[in-house]
Design a protein around this ligand. Structure first.
Ligand SMILES: *[C@@H]1O[C@H](CO)[C@@H](O)[C@H](O)[C@H]1NC(C)=O
Ligand SMILES: *[C@@H]1O[C@H](CO)[C@@H](O)[C@H](O)[C@H]1NC(C)=O
Ligand SMILES: *[C@@H]1O[C@H](CO)[C@@H](O)[C@H](O)[C@H]1NC(C)=O
Length: 238
């Protein structure tokens, strides 16, 4: 009798209490992924992951490293500092980390993207930085160049060369032949269109690393076709 009772008890328990393990796991992940992770004063959620947000809470390529309260993302081998995430419009504002407090990083360079998952936003423009151009005594022909000089540091010691930044419009009127004699690299970096306008208005007060700090916009492509289950779970990737 006792045995029979126990038997029934076990059957009933199995019938009513058993929950498929996969459902449990999804609920668990859902629970974990519904929380953003905080870095500095920014809340980071899908498609981004990192910190205590597991990789399955985000999308590959969207890992954010919280570096002393600064959210950073690595795209095409370049580290970008995340300035703002504008979630409904899938836009993120980034600045090149190497230029954050240095006009002349050891690794100057473009603002490369992984176009599988990102695109430049429509308001992004390029400016060109020329490094190591021979210093010339001021004369009429080079007047325009003087406005666009920048120094690597405030205690500039190398007086043989100068550096310049240009927007595309200015390059058109700049003496290209002279710029071709610059011995450093010339690189294209992305900025907002409004930054280009600011440089054109007031080039003298522009400073390479100051305007690069405004950053530029990216559009991310972790779209909902890639994220059907994510949509079903109200925007949490599981
Ligand atoms: C671009 O991103 C995709 C998705 O994360 C990844 O599979 C691919 O390896 C990335 N490509 C490069 C060049 O980083
Ligand atoms: C800006 O420069 C990037 C490289 O950093 C390049 O991929 C992109 O095509 C350029 N955009 C324009 C409008 O020239
Ligand atoms: C760059 O440094 C030189 C020498 O210290 C200085 O004369 C010049 O005004 C500086 N230029 C800019 C744009 O800061």
């Amino acid at each position: 009798m006792d045995l029979l009772l126990s038997f029934f008890f076990i059957i009933i328990t199995l019938l009513f209490v058993h929950v498929p393990p996969s459902v449990l796991a999804i609920d668990d992940k859902y629970e974990k992924c519904s929380a953003p992770f905080r870095c500095g004063n920014m809340d980071i959620s899908y498609p981004f992951w990192g910190g205590d947000r597991e990789e399955y809470c985000g999308y590959p390529g969207f890992k954010v490293d919280c570096n002393s309260g600064v959210p950073e993302i690595t795209i095409a081998d370049r580290i970008y500092r995340i300035l703002e995430i504008i979630n409904p419009s899938k836009k993120v504002i980034v600045a090149i980390q190497d230029y954050w407090d240095n006009n002349c990083p050891s690794n100057p360079g473009n603002s490369p993207l992984n176009f599988t998952i990102f695109d430049y936003s429509l308001d992004t423009r390029n400016i060109t930085l020329y490094y190591g151009c021979p210093r010339r005594s001021a004369n009429e022909q080079l007047q325009v160049l003087l406005l666009y000089q920048f120094n690597c540091s405030t205690d500039e010691t190398n007086t043989d060369t100068v550096n310049y930044f240009f927007t595309n419009n200015v390059i058109l009127s700049a003496p290209i032949a002279y710029l071709e004699t610059c011995t450093g690299r010339n690189v294209q970096v992305s900025v907002f269109g409004s930054t280009v306008e600011y440089i054109k208005r007031d080039p003298v007060s522009a400073n390479a690393n100051r305007f690069l700090r405004y950053g530029f916009g990216l559009q991310w492509k972790a779209n909902n076709d890639m994220c059907v289950r994510c949509e079903e779970s109200n925007g949490v990737w599981i």
